[in-house]
Design a protein around this ligand. Structure first.
Ligand code: DC
Length: 230
């Protein structure tokens, strides 16, 4: 049996994570935040005292994560991908470094495809968000959205998120970090961030969370026959 797949790609803080969660909830689909996989690899590397720039250390991190995920329960609050430490900026920067390495990406492809094809009992389909879902992981996805927002808006959102977690940062450093991460994500050789040819662009710069969801649901309904939207 094959399930519908919705692929959502876009740069950091574009609003794709929130949108993906909202779509999944609305449609009764399972959701995978694939960025958390790369963050978790980076976290493993840092925990092991390794260097994210070192390809051997990065692959060790990916192997270690794959093993842990196999033996972990995704529904438990202690699940490795739910670790709050993955959300910090040091991990985010290291994630974009390990994500540029082909062997690391290969290790994570199967995990993502398996999830897309088997979203789990009780779910009607799968929503995956990331950078290469529509282009590499699920080129067969039923709907592909590419979510964007201008960099000042994205840096502002990131700043708010950091403040809400009590983390001090300045506008200048957040903007600079975001530019560095955008450059690494879009300029890398392996699966760079770019819209799939058949992706629908969605600019969230001027939209509220509910407006973004409304627009996305319109696009989904236009592309798919009959997802039940309550
Ligand atoms: O979406 P995020 O900020 O949590 O992603 C963290 C890093 O992981 C980001 O810099 C790019 C990388 N990533 C990727 O290369 N491919 C994906 N499908 C998801 C994330």
């Amino acid at each position: 049996m094959s399930y519908p797949i919705i692929a959502i790609d876009g740069p950091a803080a574009s609003g794709k994570g929130t949108l993906s969660r909202n779509i999944a909830e609305k449609l009764g689909y399972a959701h995978m935040d694939t960025g958390s996989l790369y963050r978790a690899v980076a976290f493993e590397v840092l925990e092991m005292g390794g260097d994210p720039e070192n390809a051997d250390d990065a692959l060790k991190g990916a192997d270690s994560l794959a093993n842990k995920i196999k033996n972990d329960d995704p529904s438990s609050s202690g699940f490795i991908l739910h670790n709050a430490k993955l959300r910090g900026d040091e991990v985010a920067q290291a994630a974009s470094v390990v994500a540029a390495m082909e062997p690391v990406r290969k290790q994570l492809v199967i995990l993502q495809r398996t999830f897309a094809q088997n979203p789990g009992e009780g779910y009607q389909g799968a929503v995956l968000d990331g950078r290469d879902i529509g282009t590499v992981i699920c080129p067969e996805a039923d709907v592909k959205l590419f979510v964007t927002a201008n960099i000042e808006v994205r840096a502002g959102r990131r700043m708010k998120e950091l403040q809400s977690r009590g983390i001090e940062a300045t506008n200048g450093t957040v903007l600079e970090d975001m530019r560095a991460r955008d450059a690494r994500d879009t300029e890398r050789k392996s699966s760079p961030l770019k819209p799939a040819e058949d992706a629908v662009m969605l600019d969230t710069s001027q939209l509220s969370e509910s407006e973004v969801l409304e627009k996305a649901l319109e696009i989904i309904q236009g592309k798919m026959s009959g997802p039940t939207i309550s």
